[in-house]
Design a protein around this ligand. Structure first.
Ligand code: A3P
Length: 290
């Protein structure tokens, strides 16, 4: 007798098998992966902001665990690993997703929950993504070359589907409902984190008090969640992996360079011009390029 979960799994596998297939970034892969736009950073910031009354600096679990262990993905941990501690924790109100806006279930959209979206220059997203996949354990064959994957990425073939449409989908939703969806850009937060972290806290309903600001709490949050701090934590070094579930990625894979504009070391000017052209075409008149 199949369980409810297995029945659903079969239903979706049957449905997926009817969809058109194209080759992925690995020879045997269905399209999988994460948009590399700063989700790990956003997870650490939102976790620290929302839990600052539960933990003080030295007891923050972020110091001992990878940020992905602290905020579950609704499409990964939630259906597949419901037993993990973060999903048993009634105090946790934070969830993550890489799903495009159109794919969000009604239970999320209609819940009235707030959403924070972070996006990034597609050239950096691509490079970050390809480098990440290079480090990933996979039984699906070696990753295709950077050039081949770049061509696929430009044609909208990558994990989570076309990147520019992903951004545009959430941008439109943000414009329709600015009080519910906060839109952040990696490059802007990276250049000057403090005002964005204050804005984020306010948006989430965890505004920093005047006293906290005076006591440097915002700076502490920024420093704790900084690339340098997280990358150098023992838990995110070497071959350490998250303890609660098995993952194809070691913790350190989530921390590579943490810089805006690193694409310049990997893409040719022609590749950059192609991606920029696609972005300009897609985002023209939307306000996203301002
Ligand atoms: P690079 O590969 O360009 O270094 P995601 O978290 O969505 O998977 O995105 C990964 C990207 O965010 C990687 O970019 C990673 O180095 C960077 N990153 C991770 N933690 C960060 C932090 N605390 N601050 C800034 N960037 C961070």
């Amino acid at each position: 007798e199949l369980t409810e979960f297995q029945k659903n799994q079969k239903r979706y596998q049957d449905l997926i098998s009817t969809l058109p297939h194209v080759k992925g970034w690995r020879p045997k892969a269905p399209l999988i992966g994460y948009p590399k736009t700063g989700s790990t950073w956003l997870k650490s910031l939102t976790f620290t902001i929302a839990n600052r009354s539960r933990f003080n600096d030295p007891t923050n679990p972020l110091l001992k665990r990878n940020p992905h262990e602290l905020i579950p993905f609704i499409e990964i941990e939630f259906p597949l690993f419901p037993h993990i501690d973060v999903l048993q924790d009634q105090g946790n109100t934070l969830f993550a997703t890489h799903m495009p806006h159109d794919f969000l279930p009604d239970s999320v959209v209609k819940s009235g929950c707030k959403m924070v979206y972070i996006w990034r220059d597609p050239k950096d997203t691509f490079v970050s993504f390809w480098k990440f996949m290079q480090k990933q354990r996979s039984t699906r064959g070696p990753l295709n070359s950077l050039e081949e994957c770049f061509d696929m990425f430009c044609r909208g073939i990558s994990g989570e589907g076309p990147y520019l449409d992903h951004v545009l989908g959430y941008w439109k939703a943000h414009q329709e409902n600015p009080d519910k969806i906060l839109f952040l850009k990696y490059e802007n937060v990276s250049a000057d984190p403090l005002p964005y972290v204050k804005r984020l806290a306010e948006f989430m309903g965890y505004r920093f008090t005047a006293e906290e600001e005076k006591n440097g709490v915002v700076e502490k949050v920024v420093n704790l969640c900084s690339f340098e701090t997280l990358k150098n934590l023992e838990v995110n070094k070497g071959d350490k992996e998250r303890a609660d579930i098995s993952s194809p990625n070691v913790n350190r894979a989530f921390f590579r360079k943490g810089k805006a504009g690193d694409w310049v070391n990997c893409l040719t000017p022609d590749m950059a011009a192609r991606m920029d052209g696609l972005m300009e075409e897609k985002f023209k008149g939307t306000g996203l390029l301002e």
